[in-house]
Design a protein around this ligand. Structure first.
Ligand SMILES: Nc1ncnc2c1ncn2[C@@H]1O[C@H](COP(=O)(O)OP(=O)(O)O)[C@@H](O)[C@H]1O
Ligand SMILES: [Mg+2]
Length: 627
């Protein structure tokens, strides 16, 4: 039996079939039609867009706008393949500012549904209706703008229709498609009707304040109240928007909206950049929430990669990754305690207050003159900030890495530095109001520190909080230094992929920074000659391969920092004050002041919260007061 059919003559496909084939790429489900039609309405300058659906959009999708309309003589052209009013040349394509430009959506939709176009332009005496099936045009009634009706989607392509899910699922996808538009166009009002009932309505809100209101309307008040503002420039990339605090993270990645030059995109570089910004503060598998708008020169991004235009290609993906990461990281670093007093800019963004850190972590006068454990050395090293000596710093670090085993038993000792913060010890009411995390009042079961502030009670997990403080401190000290490495007695060699070899060659310097020495033995073999001292017991090949894989994908700075952070986090956990250690009130107050001044102090290194506010209102509710 032969599987090959007898040869047929080469023929050009009929027009409709070409469109149907193309529709396979662009139109996957009702929501894809909604996306294309709303794109068109926005491109036409609409201020009000109304979507009406029947049967989850399968039976009817109608999109009504008050945009510029389509002149009657152009109505039939609009349905043709590759017919567009948005670009005329390759230069236009390279700097395209509209949502559409491929001129294929209407043709595609028309080929897999029963479609009609009703439109009127400014100055026209009447509107005109075009029947997509027959091509017939006749006068009709309508104000300026356009209504596109799409009935019985996939009626002619039953195979496609079988892939559709339940009406409710399709409806949810349609709403999501409009949501994506609504989050970036707050000056436009949107209404969604299903089966004659209004299901979503987002009024227009002009201006900056209006945009926050739109976010609240679409994603809920909680999104706005538990997110921080982002406005960050990094080279040619400008990132704006809001990113949720670690507390606001969700089990699913369903509130991650990223836009490039106003277009909603799904992009690995962006998602990963955001994710890496949360690495240090987010627990386990939780998914951050954010709405972020990236703005860059249109020539730095190719939007003509996929027919749905949901994927893009960046000229320099590293610059985008870095911009995302830094934008979010910096905004999240500000301790939220500062927001309690409504003073978001109280501590300069970017760095932990060095004096405060030193005061909290400096050794007590009673500490031995020659520190015997790593954390004591660490403390001594760090508190000696007036005399930064790179060579000494290096030596201290070597000691740090080398003695990681001894730290388990150690509890660092510290006292507040009273010279630098005299108010810290005065227990007057005014001061308590000034300090976001309040005045310490007691320690509970050796685990929690209780404090009083103007809003009520503050409860601090003292180990978690101190762990973060130690960690941030170590990170700061390490910013400019290297991870020490240890040569292997016998180099470990492995068969490498061409990509691994290229990366190893290109990134030799970064690898060295990470404590790895890797060189090519042959065109297909790499040899690992040295590994980081602290990881000397591990599998050198495994480690090298994973680092090479990361380097191939991400910018070097990200990889270096991530590796450092991982090692430091382990050290900080051991170095932080253990539970069941009795603290004096002064020590507790010192801890609170320290938290207020330390970046990311709202989460411990594992992403758990370090403190909670229990408001007077919540306490009153517990006792049924004021009812
Ligand atoms: N709602 C609308 N209002 C005004 N013009 C529209 C509208 N929808 C479509 N058009 C016109 O029809 C053309 C074809 O639309 P489409 O097939 O989506 O391609 P594209 O959007 O890529 O140009 C558009 O270029 C535009 O001129
Ligand atoms: Mg279009």
């Amino acid at each position: 039996m032969s599987l090959t059919q007898p040869r047929r003559t080469i023929r050009e496909l009929p027009d409709v079939l070409i469109s149907q084939i193309a529709a396979g790429e662009v139109i996957e489900r009702p929501a894809s039609v909604v996306r294309e039609l709303v794109d068109n309405a926005l491109d036409a300058g609409a201020r009000h867009i109304t979507l009406r659906l029947l049967g989850g959009g399968i039976r009817l999708i109608s999109v009504e706008d008050d945009g510029c309309g389509i002149p009657v003589e152009e109505l039939p052209v609009a349905l043709k393949r590759h017919a567009t009013s948005k670009i005329v040349s390759l230069e236009d394509l390279e700097s395209v500012a509209t949502m559409g430009f491929r001129g294929e959506a209407l043709a595609a939709v028309n080929s897999v549904s029963e479609m009609s176009l009703l439109s009127r332009t400014e100055g026209a005496a009447t509107a005109f209706l075009l029947d997509g099936q027959t091509g017939e045009v006749r006068p009709a009634a309508r104000a300026v703008g356009t209504t596109v009706e799409v009935k019985e989607l996939f009626f002619s392509t039953p195979a496609r229709r079988h892939f559709l899910k339940s009406e409710n699922t399709e409806l949810a996808h349609c709403i999501e498609a409009v949501r994506r538009h609504a989050l970036v166009r707050s000056e436009v009002s949107f209404a969604i009707w299903h089966e004659g009932k209004i299901v979503e309505q987002w009024r227009s809100h002009p201006g900056e304040a209006g945009w926050n209101q739109r976010l609240a309307d679409v994603l809920g008040e909680d999104f706005v109240s538990s997110s921080v503002n982002i406005d960050f420039r990094s080279g040619p990339v400008h990132v704006r928007g809001r990113a949720g605090t670690p507390d606001a993270a969700r089990a699913r990645a369903d509130q991650q909206f990223a836009y490039v030059n106003g277009r909603f995109v799904r992009d690995k570089v962006i998602t990963h950049g955001a994710r890496s910004a949360y690495e240090d503060v987010l627990h386990g598998q939780r998914q951050p929430v954010y709405v972020l708008y990236l703005q860059m020169d249109p020539t730095r991004v190719d939007v003509n990669v996929h027919p749905t235009k949901i994927e893009v290609r960046f000229r320099d993906s590293r610059e985008v990754h870095q911009a995302m990461r830094h934008a979010i990281e910096r905004a999240l670093a500000v301790p939220r305690a500062q927001l309690l007093t409504g003073n978001e800019t109280a501590v300069p963004q970017g760095k932990l207050t060095a004096d405060a850190a030193a005061s909290f972590l400096s050794p007590t006068p009673a500490a031995p003159a020659t520190p015997s454990t790593w954390s004591q050395r660490g403390m001594a090293f760090g508190s000696d900030r007036s005399n930064p000596d790179p060579a000494k710093a290096m030596a201290d670090l070597k000691a740090l890495w080398g003695q990681a085993d001894q730290i388990q038993e150690h509890t660092p000792s510290w006292t507040p530095n009273t010279d630098k913060a005299p108010a810290m010890l005065s227990h007057n009411e005014n001061a308590a109001q000034e300090w976001p995390l309040g005045r310490a009042i007691a320690q509970l079961q050796g685990v929690y520190v209780l404090a009083e502030n103007s809003q009520g009670l503050i409860v601090v997990d003292m180990h978690a909080a101190h762990e973060r403080i130690v960690y941030e401190r170590l990170k700061q000290q390490l910013d400019t230094t290297r991870i020490t490495s240890q040569p292997l007695l016998i180099p470990a060699s492995f068969a490498a992929t061409p990509q691994e070899i290229t990366t190893a060659e290109n990134c030799a310097e970064v690898l060295q920074q990470l404590g790895l020495e890797v060189s090519a033995l042959s065109a297909k073999t790499l040899a690992v000659r040295a590994v980081p001292t602290s990881l000397a017991q591990g599998d050198a090949v495994e480690l090298t391969r994973s680092v090479l894989a990361e380097l191939a994908q991400h910018d070097a700075a990200t990889v270096v920092q991530r590796a450092q952070n991982e090692i430091l986090a382990t050290m900080a956990c051991h170095g932080a004050v253990r539970a069941n250690r009795k603290l004096t009130l002064d020590e507790m107050n010192a801890l609170l002041r320290q938290m207020e001044a330390t970046e990311r102090s709202d989460q411990c290194n594992h992403g758990r919260p370090t403190w909670r506010q229990v408001s007077m209102r919540e306490l009153d509710a517990l006792f049924l007061r004021g009812r």
